[in-house]
Write a protein that binds this ligand. Sequence first.
Ligand code: C2E
Ligand code: CA
Ligand code: CA
Length: 919
Amino acid sequence: MIGASLLGAVGVRARVLEVDSALQVEVAVAAVAALDEARGAVQREVLPALSSVALANTTLSDTLGISPALQAQIGVQVQAAATESRSSTDTALAHLQTVSGQAEVGHDATERIRALREAADSGGNDVQAMFDGYLSVIADLSAAQQQAVAAAGSRQLSPTAQRAVHDVQLAAGLAQAASQQMPLFLGGQLPIPGADTSRWQWLISWEDYRLASRAMRELSQPAAIQAWTAVQDVEDVTAIDSVFAAQAAAEQRSGLPDLGGAVPSTGLTAPRPAGAQPSGAQEPSGEVEPSGPSGGQQAAALSLPVAQLIDLSSRSQARDEVFADLVSTVVTQAQAAVARDRATAVGQRNSTLAGVLALVLATLTITMFRARQVSRCLQDLAGQAEQISRGQLVQVRPQGPREVQTVSTALDAAVSGLRRLQAQATAVAHGDLHDPVLEDPLPGPLGEVLHGSMTQLVRAVRQREELKDALAQQAAHDPLTGLANRARATTLITSALHRGQRTGSMTGVLFIDLDGFKTVNDSFGHAVGDRVLHTVARRLETVVRAGDVVCRLGGDEFIVVAEHLHDEATLTVLAGRVIAAVSEPFDGADTPVRIGASVGIGVSRDGRTDPDQLLGEADAAAYRAKANGRGRVEIFDEELRTQLRAHSDLERALRAALATGGLAVHYQPVVDTRDGRLTGYEALLRWNRPGQGWIPPDVFIPVAEGSRLINEVDRWVLQEATGQLARWRREGTADQHLTMAINISGRHLTESRIVDDVHTVLTEAGLPAACLIVEVTETVLVDSPAALEHLRQLRELGVQIAIDDFGTGYTSIGQLRSVPADVIKIDRSFTSSTQSAESTLVGLMIQAAHAFGLRVIAEGVEHPEQLAKLRAAGCDEIQGWVISPALTAVQATARRTMTGRLQDDPVPPADPAGWRGPP
Ligand code: C2E
Ligand code: CA
Ligand code: CA
């Protein structure tokens, strides 16, 4: 904008200077015109002034031969001409004084002319002095005119205006040269001193005139040329020219007086055009040529008659006016040209000014537009920045000027960093921890810290996921074999059944119970047992079809879940392969280990079976396979279904009996072998099922053990029996040493509650722990470490532990050393045996038990001989029909108070339960 303004100022200044220049030229041309007019007027005044002085000089008149009459006549004419010329001189000089820059020149000329006139009017008759005075004024005016012309020419003008000004110069020079001719000529004609000088001067002025007229060929303006052409035809002009040409030729022929080289200059020299011919050279045609009368030898007196001089003088006057008109015309032309220049300059100045204004306006508009653009971009940027500050990660587009673009680019870079952070946070939030975006680093130190935290977070979450997976794997899998465990198996069966329901295809479960695995465990130890289980798992996985799943339910029980079956035969074939695979020998010890498998098959034809029921059916089938002689395959069928249904009926009824008081506890006396003294009772559960009579515990206890019902049953018996013992003790019908033995199921014993349960009933009954004997089967000691631990805790309470059915299980006599027990109960199968080997074994058991500090109770003693043998073998106590079957609490009380000693009553009463009475 500054540049535009400067440029404009320079342009405008140039245009203003042009206008000023044109104005100056106009003024100068006007001055030239006014000066020319003044000079012409003064020159026209010279002749009449000189004439009247000359006329007043009688000597001169005489010399000239002017008669008094003519003198008078001429005097009047001269006076009139003098008056007229004076008036026009005054007018011209007055005008000159008003012209700009010429006031002084005009004033000076006016003063000097006035002095000359006064001298003339006061009778002064020195013609020469007067003539010189006029010539001096004319010379000064001419000089001023030349200055004005030079001033006009020095200005910068258009070529046309320059030529027009040049025309003025030419015309003014011609007019000047012409106007001074006549006075000089007349001066030269007069018989007065200095006439010779005048003639010289005239000759020079004639040369000047001729040069000036020749220079007129350089006129350029058409109007000037036209005017000049017309002037050349004017009679006064041609007449004077021919007279002067002749006179000049005559002078040159006669030769001029020697003036000693002191020819004074007129000071009026017309500009000599370049290449102008020197005087005497060949005149160009159409120029002033010597013509008219060719004068002979000139006398010192007038070479022309006075009349002709007067005529010539008046013609000169007329000619001056013609030339003055010519000058005026040329001046007008020049003024017009200059005015046109000025108008053009003004126009250009105005248009330049307008252009500059337009440029400045345009610059201003562009600047404002740019400013608005910048502010709009900044506004956009601010808006985007605000959105970003609100958490909307918009894209920042670089736009607008470079600086704004730089800021936008920087902001966009920051936003893209945030966007990456957002993407990473989103990936973490969606749990997509393997998204490659999480690997991208974030820019800058802050980005480094954030990325570090993000990586840390991802690592922590990954670890958590891995841990979760591991836990899920653990929860769903058996750690020993890596197979799905019981919980997972149920889920798998459920899913398979759903699919079967959808597709209408058959689903099957193979229940695999290993045969002889316990022996392996006992003979080769648990490590070998574990290896065998692991190998079995791998073998099962190999023999099943693709898509079948192998699970381990626990212990030596496995299942195979098979789906999309077309017939049961597929399952039978698969079961055969399973048995064959398991029956292959294992080399885990010194001798190859061999086991077998019993397989039960459960089938759901339409997937509408309950998963537990299907598993139960397969289990039941496997149970029957085992019962029917190991290494067999049994398919769950109607018979089994009936059995299962009966089983669940029984369980339901038992549950109801427990809730409604349908159960009872009977007490079988235990006596000291040596003296028959009552040492305690074994509590035995009795169930008189309505409509069905007495149900043996051997039937319903295993059913109760199939579910958690056994725990409730055991607790109830525990409460009932301890309560009874406490009552007896309160009543005083039982002494303080009487014990109560209670059967606790192995399943119940694995639960930690058992210790609390026992503690609670003893506290409630107010009994010392020592009067309670907990009977457990020896399998409990082998199978469950938890049960063993609970037994230890019970012993710590002071409760006695008895190992029931000793000798039927897997406990070797040697193991008794470490068993947490106080009593062993020798199973009835040993007691009743008549074989001597068994008797020997019983004796060994008794000795071993005693060696390890255990008491021995023999059960199922039916005959006195058996009793005698046991007594002989050192058995501590016995129970059995030989003494008494289990009695109701009332019977037991009555019997104690009635007899006191048991052996007094050799025939025991029948068991009130009605079965297993004495023979
Ligand atoms: P067990 O603990 O071995 O109980 C002894 C069984 O032998 C009882 O059968 C008893 O009536 C019977 N018995 C007693 N003396 C003789 C005899 O001289 N000859 C013959 N042949 N049998 C005799 P019971 O009452 O039928 O009980 C069977 C099994 O049921 C018990 O065997 C015990 O394991 C279980 N049981 C009984 N009551 C309970 C109970 O309250 N809780 C638990 N968990 N199990 C119980
Ligand atoms: Ca028992
Ligand atoms: Ca027993």
